[in-house]
Design a binder for this molecule. Structure first.
Ligand code: NAI
Length: 341
């Protein structure tokens, strides 16, 4: 955290905050100092809404905001010099364009890896023990066990793609369940091995795992890491979990794998096309996305709306780090969490 002592008095700086729900605003207000004032908008940031940030030197954005070149040009023309992301991932930002336009970008690299790891395991358990079905059944006075048969995690093989902060927390917790844990992470093999995990090639992980969970970032190497070919390699009856980024999976290929009874369980907290759906109430809408609608109808699929991070501890950490990032910029200090050039 940055020190609260101020080197030189500054006028209050207005920060334009996009995709700010009431819960974000509450935590940001609590973390704010006298130097900054948050101007919060529920709307997402994109080329159409960037005009709302006119004259805001600092803009704060979230995971599904569209920080493409067009948005960035508008922001730069309006005087923006810093984008303070309130998330870890920055695949939604055209970083080369930001750099060209003289806009620096900072993120919150880890807010609560525990929150995401715990949600990942919640999805695994809810799927294996069919908890949504059991919950609804009992509420209807139906105590039959037909159709609720689960399986033990003990003795199963868990494959983790990405042995970083979240992946290793999942590994540690699933080892306690008695799972054999395999990790594929070409950049962190030594650390994974030092922690006692077996590291394997991706295809070996696909061939051997009863449960596969994705914890790597989204980039050109990992886009559609789960595709038609990899689905064909997976063990019959596999459980697939994605709490990382939607585009790590070719969702249509996964849906086809489910329909063919090849994939037996799917838990996802992220979705490739989530930008137009997640974080909003669409309960009265006719959702036009047939892939997600079909997935939601399947009894062996649980979809949550990008809520893995959503704990009190994480929101507090996001707000505090965002404020700290902004204060570093305002005080001309090195930006601890700058991403890109
Ligand atoms: P991290 O940076 O600590 O770990 C990522 C790991 O992936 C690193 O060890 C890296 O070496 C590895 N990796 C990179 N390229 C890879 C590849 N091609 N194949 C396999 N592994 C590769 O990140 P952390 O904190 O563990 O987060 C993981 C992901 O979780 C993030 O990228 C983000 O997309 C997602 N996330 C999701 C949230 C949610 O609410 N659903 C919240 C926060 C993060």
């Amino acid at each position: 955290m940055i020190s609260s002592s101020i080197d030189r008095p500054l006028p209050t700086v207005q920060i334009a905050v996009f995709s700010a729900k009431a819960y974000d605003q509450a935590f940001l207000l609590r973390a704010a100092t006298a130097e900054i004032e948050f101007q919060c908008y529920e709307l997402g940031l994109n080329p159409a809404t960037a005009v709302m940030a006119q004259d805001a030197e600092v803009v704060s954005a979230f995971v599904n905001d569209d920080l493409c070149r067009e948005t960035l040009i508008q922001l730069a023309n309006g005087g923006t010099r810093l984008i303070a992301l309130r998330c870890a991932g920055f695949n939604q930002v055209d970083l080369p364009a930001a750099s060209e336009l003289g806009i620096r970008v900072v993120n919150v690299p880890a807010y609560s890896p525990y929150a995401v790891a715990e949600h990942t395991i919640a999805l695994m358990l809810a799927l294996s023990r069919k908890l949504p079905r059991a919950y609804n059944r009992v509420r209807d006075g139906n105590f039959s066990l037909d159709g609720l048969l689960g399986f033990d995690f003990y003795g199963k093989t868990l494959g983790i793609v990405g042995g970083g902060k979240i992946g290793l927390l999942v590994a540690e917790r699933m080892r306690a369940f008695g799972c054999r844990v395999l990790i594929y992470d070409p950049y962190s093999e030594t650390i994974c091995r030092q922690q006692g995990y077996e590291t394997v090639e991706l295809n070996k992980l696909f061939d051997s795992s009863d449960i596969i969970t994705l914890h790597c970032p989204l980039n050109e190497q990992t886009r559609h890491l789960i595709n038609r070919d990899s689905v064909a390699r997976l063990k019959q009856g596999v459980m697939l979990i994605n709490t990382s980024r939607g585009a790590l999976m070719d969702t249509q290929a996964v849906l086809d794998g489910l329909k063919a009874h090849h994939i037996a369980y799917l838990g996802m907290d992220v979705y490739e096309q989530e930008g137009s759906l997640f974080f909003e109430d669409h309960s009265l809408d006719i959702i036009q996305d047939d892939v997600i609608q079909r997935l939601i109808t399947l009894p062996n699929v649980i979809v949550t709306g990008h809520q893995a991070y959503f704990t009190r501890e994480a929101l507090q950490h996001i707000a505090e780090t965002t404020v700290s990032n902004i204060l570093e910029y305002l005080h001309d200090k090195p930006l601890t969490y700058q991403v890109g050039g």
